[in-house]
Design a protein around this ligand. Structure first.
Ligand SMILES: Nc1ncnc2c1ncn2[C@@H]1O[C@H](COP(=O)(O)OP(=O)(O)OP(=O)(O)O)[C@@H](O)[C@H]1O
Ligand SMILES: O=P(O)(O)OC[C@H]1O[C@H](OP(=O)(O)OP(=O)(O)O)[C@H](O)[C@@H]1O
Length: 205
C-alpha cells in the first residue's frame, strides 16, 4: 500500500480530481467530512495536511509520496526527496509586488519586504545582492503595503486579482509554481513498482 500526503485545500481538490480522471476510485475522498486519513478501494492510504507538514511526514517516512506546491519546496530547507512528476496543476508564480512607483520611493533606503515565504524572499534579494528587511506574515500578505508595514511583498500570483483589488502590481516575476509529486528516497527503493505504477497512471500512460 502506498501512503500519500496531500496538501489540503486547492491542491487536494485538483489532485483528487486528477486521480479520479485517471481511473482511481476516489468516492470515499469526495464524500469525506472531517476525516484526515482515508484508504481508497484501490489501496491508496491518504492523509490531508498543511503544505509544510506534507514535507514533515515525508521526511519522517510516515508517507511514501507527497503532493505539494513548488512554493513549499522552495521555501523549505528539507531537500532529501525525489521530485518525480509535475502535475501541471496549481499553476501560479512567485512575484515581488508593490504599489506603482515603488522603485522611485525606496531606491535610497533599505526596503521592507513582507512574505509568507521568507526563504524565497531572502534567496531572491540575496541573489540580487540587495540587503532588505524581511517581515513574516502568515497570509493575506498583500496587507503589508496596504497598512504600511512593508514597501513590497513576495507572494504567489495566479490571476492577479488580489493585487489589483488592493491597488498593487507585479514589479518582478521570480519563478513559476505548480504542484509536484515528491517521493521519499527509501520508499522508492522498497516500493518502486507501486510508485512507478502511480506515476504512469497519473501521466495517463
Ligand atoms: N492563488 C493560487 N493559485 C494557484 N495555486 C495556489 C494559489 N494559492 C496557493 N496555491 C497553491 O496551493 C497551495 C495551497 O494553498 P492554499 O491557499 O490552499 O493553502 P495555504 O494558503 O497554503 O494555507 P491556508 O489557506 O490553509 O492557510 C500553495 O502551496 C500553492 O502551491
Ligand atoms: O492572483 P490571485 O488569483 O488573486 O491569487 C493570489 C492569492 O492567492 C493566494 O492567497 P490565498 O487565497 O491562499 O489566501 P492567503 O493570502 O490567506 O494565503 C496568494 O497568497 C494570493 O493572495
Amino acid at each position: 500500500m502506498i501512503k500519500i500526503a496531500i496538501t489540503k485545500g486547492r491542491i487536494e481538490k485538483q489532485v483528487c480530481q486528477l486521480l479520479s480522471k485517471q481511473g482511481f476510485d476516489m468516492e470515499p475522498i469526495f464524500h469525506k467530512d472531517r476525516e484526515l486519513m482515508i484508504e481508497t478501494p484501490d489501496g491508496l492510504s491518504m492523509i490531508f495536511a498543511k503544505a509544510n507538514d506534507v514535507l514533515t511526514f515525508l521526511e519522517h517516512g510516515i508517507v511514501d509520496v507527497g503532493f505539494v506546491g513548488k512554493d513549499t519546496l522552495e521555501d523549505s530547507d528539507f531537500q532529501d526527496y525525489y521530485e518525480m512528476l509535475d502535475l501541471d496543476i496549481g499553476k501560479c508564480y512567485f512575484a515581488v509586488a508593490a504599489y506603482p512607483g515603488y522603485k522611485d520611493k525606496v531606491f535610497h533606503r533599505r526596503k521592507r519586504i513582507a512574505s509568507k515565504y521568507t526563504k524565497v524572499a531572502k534567496d531572491y534579494f540575496n541573489q540580487k545582492q540587495e540587503d532588505v528587511e524581511i517581515i513574516k506574515l502568515e497570509g493575506s500578505v498583500e496587507l503589508g503595503p496596504v497598512v504600511g508595514l512593508s514597501d513590497a511583498i513576495v507572494d504567489i500570483v495566479e490571476t492577479g486579482s488580489t493585487l489589483k483589488a488592493n491597488g498593487l502590481e507585479v514589479i518582478e516575476k521570480i519563478s513559476d509554481i505548480s504542484t509536484k509529486m515528491i517521493v521519499n528516497k527509501v520508499s522508492l527503493k522498497f516500493k518502486k513498482e507501486e510508485i512507478f505504477d502511480l506515476i504512469y497512471k497519473l501521466k495517463g500512460e
